[in-house]
Design a protein around this ligand. Sequence first.
Ligand code: DGL
Length: 213
Amino acid sequence: MKIGVFDSGKGGTVILEAIKNNLPHEQYMYIGDSENCPYGEKTDEELMKIVCEIVERLKDWGAKIIVIACNTATTRCIDRLRELYPDLVFVGTEPAVKLAVDTGLNNVLVMATPGTIHSERMMSLIKENQKPGQKIDLLACAGLADAIERGENIDVVLDGLIGKMGTYDVVVLGCTHYSLIKERIQKYFPNAKLIDGSEGVANRVSKLVLKNA
Ligand code: DGL
């Protein structure tokens, strides 16, 4: 089956690798849209236009399943994409708030782009999953995805964002780009469990491929 995967650059390769690990024999098409990075600092309308162009391309190339390997594009666009393209199957990537909460640990930090943090979906994820006594802090990491994409000033941006933060039990990497610098983030939170959503996305794609085989 032809599976299209996209992100605003290289962050989504983390998701692509996780999917390929489960399903090595499918056909993959990857669009890393670094020209339009960062998605997390665009308006809904700008982002929707960019994302629709990518979906059209993947559709023309024969994709049946489209994996949005980007938390920002998922939280802000997936509902409208499903309405616009009812023949395609979309799999999204969302901040792994449920996984973090299910650890039973109480002090959670979610790092994501401003676009994701300020989305309605982010609010619902917290509402649906937060348990009594659990603290979930949200951090909008302006500039971080872009720094990672360009490979420039990553430590300066990280230091400005999380250099002076307290300790957490769990840190959710709510942007696929952040998984690429997991070790650097771990240094700021040496005792925290770092979580991303890549395995969940890969498992969802496996189920869909088996169902449609
Ligand atoms: N990697 C993307 C995400 O998961 C978007 C980063 C960006 O372009 O702002 O949110």
